[in-house]
Design a protein. Structure first.
Length: 300
């Protein structure tokens, strides 16, 4: 459920896995997690769910009555995604100009900015913008017409870029005369002139394209930063020079895990629950036998 939300709505690819005993939530029997990669090459634990067994129930004396009319300690789980997902969103997508928000979760998906000289032009642009706005809202698109005359168009462009609004529509007198509209997308900063007829349907499709493109870009970056390391020298070099996730063998002991953490500040982010890294080898540090590779990274 976490992975579906983060990938489909936030456009951030994640790896599902299990934490090692050292990285588990204190008192948990198992901790499951989704791990994401930020643009600076550091990992972020984006969400966790914990199987607590009966540990907390026994500590706090939480019991229930069974069908057999007996008291038993409850089996508990703990679920947590938090405000750190906001941080993940910012760090996974944004650029030096500000936020870049995926359309599915952007509070404002489309902003219409008028460019005019004089009241006569403004009246014509207002009328056309109001039509477009009504069409967009009918389609369920969160849109706004910013006709505030306290700020110039350039200021508005920068403001909505900073806020990460996915699509900006610019309406000028010349555009109206030519029956065309300028559309700028936040993710690629590409601008294009589109024929005004059917503009709402075009924007609807564009929002979907932006959503998919943002996920594809983040996934490409993530996949390019999952690197296998087969020696300790290679492991350290990758950490210092490339960053991202390192897929390396581990002998399964807490001692080796802690030694790697002390030497490099890298931790085992997770043991992937899919087939990633399932192969026999030798531990990258100790040289002892290993049944599979695990994901290491420096993290927030």
């Amino acid at each position: 459920m976490y992975a579906e939300f983060v990938e489909e709505f936030m456009a951030v690819p994640v790896i599902k896995g299990v934490k090692t005993e050292s990285e588990r939530f204190a008192g948990a029997v198992d901790t499951y997690c989704i791990e994401a990669l930020m643009q600076d090459g550091k990992a972020l634990q984006a969400g966790t769910s914990h199987f607590l067994g009966q540990n907390f129930a026994k500590a706090f004396d939480v019991q229930y009555l069974t069908k057999e009319n007996k008291q038993e300690y409850v089996w508990a789980t703990s679920w947590g995604v938090s405000t750190r997902l906001v941080g993940a969103l910012v760090m996974a997508h944004s650029d030096d100009e500000g936020l870049i928000l995926p359309p599915k979760i952007a509070p404002l998906q489309v902003v219409i900015v008028p460019i005019y000289k004089g009241e006569e032009q403004k009246a014509l642009i207002d009328a056309r913008a109001t039509e477009i706005l009504a069409d967009l809202k009918t389609m369920g698109i969160r849109a706004k017409y910013d006709d505030n005359d306290n700020n110039r168009p350039g200021w508005k462009f920068a403001e909505y870029e900073l806020k990460g609004v996915p699509v900006r529509v610019t309406l000028g007198a010349r555009d109206l005369a030519n029956n065309q509209i300028e559309i700028a997308r936040r993710d690629t900063k590409a601008k294009e002139l589109i024929h005004a007829d059917g503009i709402s349907q075009y924007i609807d499709g564009l929002l979907l394209d932006i959503q998919n493109n943002m996920f594809k870009k983040a996934k490409t970056y993530r996949d390019e930063h999952i690197t296998k390391a087969d020696s300790w020298e290679e492991f350290v070099q990758l950490l210092d020079n490339k960053g991202g996730f390192i897929l390396a063998h581990w002998d399964g002991t807490a001692e080796t895990e802690n030694e790697i953490k002390e030497k490099t500040k890298a931790t085992i982010r997770c043991i992937p629950i899919d087939e990633m890294g399932v192969e026999e080898g030798v531990c990258v540090l100790s040289g002892k036998p290993s049944k599979r590779r695990v994901l290491f990274a420096r993290a927030y």
